[in-house]
Design a binder for this molecule. Structure first.
Ligand code: UDP
Ligand code: MG
Length: 315
């Protein structure tokens, strides 16, 4: 962490954000103007189908600190962040949403903690404005389940809004999981970590780009890459099922009647449990299979504004 004026990179993943991207850029540039540090903004266009990329390219003519990576298609939020971090030149890198739900006013607090010697300063959400009750409940439950069953210490109620020191960024850039769960990887990397609390704002414009399908996928990636508890659960459920079966058989020896209804229901329950177990194993197996293909994590169609990016750790 340098004592003099530092370069801070802000990484912003973008997927169909034409409704609010100009506003985000203007607010960020205004914020930067009054800061002591130097800033670069790295937008990662995650295969947007709207005018996001054109709008950002246009803004590049106005602001020289804007850089852009354009993916060849939609690879997902986590990979957009991963690419942005690799391209960042900063002494510290901040990741934040392009919809400004994570307020820039928190960044100076993060920098203060970074200057005090912390390597990772993550934003901890106190409240979530303008999000559905369903999202709030599922997110809260997910973070708590994850916290309990994962084998690393992932902090509660933190998303991807965080500041990371150069050495954390360099380590992260070497990890090449096909479907990374970035907030888990940051905890896995270690170093000195702390939090700043903040109130998550409402989206500036547009709709959420995280439908239920993407949320479930993120949750499944998080669970399978940082916990083996679901696999162990299959053993427990199997063992309990065997005990129940034996007890039932024992009772049946003394009662000469059979209940068809019970047998049918048991059949459904047991086959359901077996299929669930197979599904859980399948999830882990798929991750192994996915990793064994050794494909690049993402494909970059274009990049704009980079002169001296760290070529050695780009992909
Ligand atoms: N995003 C992305 N790729 C995707 C989905 C989302 O790059 O496939 C970006 C999106 O543009 C935003 C950030 O990731 O900057 C977080 O997404 P969003 O705000 O929709 O999620 P939410 O805040 O509703 O959880
Ligand atoms: Mg958002």
């Amino acid at each position: 962490m340098p004592n003099n004026q530092a370069l801070i990179s802000i990484v912003l993943p973008v997927f169909n954000e034409e409704a609010g991207i100009n506003n985000t850029i203007e607010i960020l540039e205004k914020f930067i103007k009054y800061q002591a540090e130097q800033y670069e903004l790295i937008f990662v266009d995650d295969g947007s189908k709207d005018k996001s990329i054109e709008l950002i390219n246009k803004a590049q003519n106005k602001y020289s600190n804007i850089k852009v990576i354009e993916f060849s298609r939609n690879f997902g939020h986590q990979l957009a962040i991963t690419a942005g971090i690799r391209y960042a030149n900063g002494d510290a890198v901040v990741v934040m949403d392009a919809d400004l739900q994570d307020p820039p006013s928190v960044i100076p607090n993060m920098i203060q903690k970074w200057r005090a010697g912390y390597d990772v300063v993550y934003g901890k959400r106190l409240v979530r404005e303008g999000e559905t009750l369903f999202k709030k409940i599922t997110a809260k439950t997910f973070y708590r389940v994850m916290h309990r069953i994962s084998n690393i210490d992932i902090p509660l109620d933190t998303g991807d809004f965080r500041l990371m020191d150069r050495k954390v960024v360099n380590t992260l850039s070497k990890l090449k999981e096909p479907e990374p769960f970035v907030r888990g990887l940051v905890s896995w990397v270690g170093f000195k970590q702390t939090s700043v609390q903040y109130e998550r704002q409402e989206r500036l414009a547009g709709e959420t780009k995280y439908p239920l399908s993407k949320m479930t996928r993120l949750a499944s990636d998080g669970l399978t890459s940082f916990s083996d508890v679901p696999l162990k659960l299959i053993n427990y459920v199997g063992a309990i099922s065997i005990i129940i079966g034996l007890l039932y058989g024992f009772i049946m020896m003394f009662n000469q009647f059979t209940t068809v209804i019970f047998a049918t229901s048991a059949l459904f329950v047991l086959s359901g449990m077996i299929m669930l177990g197979m599904g859980i194993i399948g999830n882990y197996l798929f991750r192994t299979f996915d990793a064994s293909k050794h494909r690049p994590q993402y494909v970059i169609a274009n990049s704009y504004g980079f002169q001296s990016h760290r070529k050695n750790i780009k992909t």
